[in-house]
Ligand binder design. Structure first.
Ligand code: IPM
Ligand code: MG
Length: 360
């Protein structure tokens, strides 16, 4: 049966970067005879404008039916003032993640040697960088109940969220991380705040427990504040990092900048069976939307991850990654990775260059 890819462009720069990624996907689909059927649907602010909700039923149904999902980005100032959180673009994204149980979020931060000078850190600190952040994506404080804003005595309003993980949730993300570490340098650093938060005391305990099943993987623990510091001080000490939803959100943005630009970082969000949604780690960047300034490479690299993890097309994935490296060798740069002597290109020119490199 033909495999089915659902494309969700979303908001801001989402449609531009997805257009480029789609060119790449369509090319490899044809070249490798993958027989993929590619459909598009609305999510986020675009869906709110068209239907009143960020995750229309048709989109959710299409996402459930798809073999893999490619998402651009969601959100923007136009929708940020809605006091009803249910009608915010981000709810579209979070809804897909939770409804499809895409709990395992892989965020590789790899420094392309060509971009060593694009990082704000010294080249020697980041050169050769290759870390994988494994972020729990469907639990923790993002989804914990109760949550809200209420009035307490004296009419004072208070906001509250709940940071909760049960041991099964911790164990299943732990397994993803241990397996990933086993396939890499066999070092896993679990990031928590066990000096303050009980939920992460349990997190640490479960990780220790799991470590017994993975004697070949060296497990260490780090508090999240220290991890943030170590990531910018000496990032190459890390191989695989595993952490909860919110810490992972924050640390992966920091890790992204080590690679020169958040515009280079792809991600995969996987369920228990390897079905996944693929998206760049960056957001919708409304300030540069529609100007041809966005870097499509994170989305193109997300297509490569999709081919590898969900569509059983590892060779096509390798070719896309090689093509990205080649356009960087050609000195082509979008503004976020620009440095002296390089050639400035637009979003579409970058996408076309990857296609040309694949065709060469
Ligand atoms: C990310 C984003 C999302 C998150 C937002 C858009 C809800 O920052 O994927 O990292 O916080 O998970
Ligand atoms: Mg984020």
């Amino acid at each position: 049966m033909a495999k089915n890819v659902l494309v969700l462009p979303g908001d801001g720069i989402g449609p531009e970067i997805v257009t480029e990624a789609r060119k790449v996907l369509e090319l490899v689909n044809e070249r490798h005879g993958l027989g993929l059927e590619i459909n598009e649907a609305l999510v986020g602010g675009a869906a709110i404008d068209a239907t009143g909700v960020p995750l229309p039923d048709e989109t959710l149904a299409a996402a459930k039916a798809a073999d893999a999902i490619l998402l651009g980005a969601v959100g923007g100032p136009k929708w940020d003032t809605n006091p009803d959180f249910a009608i915010r673009p981000e709810k579209g994204l979070l809804g897909i993640r939770s409804q499809l149980e895409l709990f395992g979020n892989l965020r590789p931060a790899i420094l392309y040697p060509q971009l060593a000078h694009a990082s704000t850190l010294k080249p020697e600190v980041v050169s050769g960088l290759d870390i994988l952040i494994v972020r729990e994506l469907t639990g923790g404080i993002y989804f914990g109940q109760p949550r809200g804003v209420r009035e307490k005595e004296g009419g004072i309003r208070e906001g509250f969220n709940t940071y909760v993980y049960d041991e099964n949730e911790i164990r299943r993300i732990g397994r993803v991380a241990f397996e990933a570490a086993r396939a890499r340098d066999k070092r896993l650093c679990s990031v928590d705040k066990a000096n303050v938060l009980e939920v992460t005391v349990l997190w640490r305990e479960i990780m220790e427990d799991l470590a017994k099943e993975y004697p070949d993987v060296e497990l260490s623990h780090m508090y999240v504040d220290n991890a943030a510091m170590q990531l910018v001080r000496a990032p190459k000490q890390f191989d695989v990092v595993v952490t909860g939803n919110m810490f992972g959100d924050i640390l992966s943005d920091a890790a992204a900048m080590l690679t020169g630009s958040i515009g280079m970082l792809p991600s995969a969000s996987l369920d228990e069976n390897g079905k996944g949604m693929y998206e760049p780690c960056h957001g919708s960047a409304p300030d540069i939307a529609g100007q041809g300034k966005a870097n499509p490479l994170a989305t193109i690299l997300s297509v490569a991850m999709m081919l590898r993890y969900s569509l059983n097309a590892g060779e096509a994935a390798d070719q896309i990654e090689a093509a990205v490296s080649k356009v960087l060798d050609q000195d082509l740069r979008t503004p976020d990775i620009m440095s002296e002597g390089m050639k400035a290109v637009t979003t579409a020119e970058m996408g076309d260059a990857v296609v040309a490199a694949l065709n060469a």
